[in-house]
Write a protein that binds this ligand. Sequence first.
Ligand code: NAP
Length: 109
Amino acid sequence: MPRVWLITGCSRGLGRALAEAVLADGDHLVATARNPAQLADLVDRHGDRVRAVALDVNDPAAARAAVRTAVDTFGQLDILVNNAGYADVAASDARWRELSESIAFDAAP
Ligand SMILES: NC(=O)c1ccc[n+]([C@@H]2O[C@H](COP(=O)([O-])OP(=O)(O)OC[C@H]3O[C@@H](n4cnc5c(N)ncnc54)[C@H](OP(=O)(O)O)[C@@H]3O)[C@@H](O)[C@H]2O)c1
């Protein structure tokens, strides 16, 4: 039985690599990116097993909508990988707060 994944930050890097691996393994995926046009090749190659959704992880309403897409499209959500983001080793206090808030988004539907 295929598992249903939601992965943030699928445009490139680790998120893109994990998205490719999940789809190669036969699972279902809600792939998200700030610019979903960057996910068009995943949809072209994997069709109905993947949904491309616009999501900036600083936007709680968009996060809830992405979770809703998983449930509405595939009937469930098994695995959430909140990968999107970047490290800033010289961050100011305000910048650390912004990074922490983006990591801690509330994705409850
Ligand atoms: N690579 C490492 O060695 C390493 C080590 C420890 C932790 N990490 C963490 O692992 C995650 C991925 O790392 P990476 O090396 O793959 O980074 P990356 O290549 O810089 O990719 C970052 C990804 O996050 C997305 N992103 C950034 N801010 C976003 C936002 N506000 N909303 C939605 N998407 C956003 C980017 O989308 P855009 O294309 O729209 O910019 C991109 O898809 C990061 O959280 C990083 O801190 C990485």
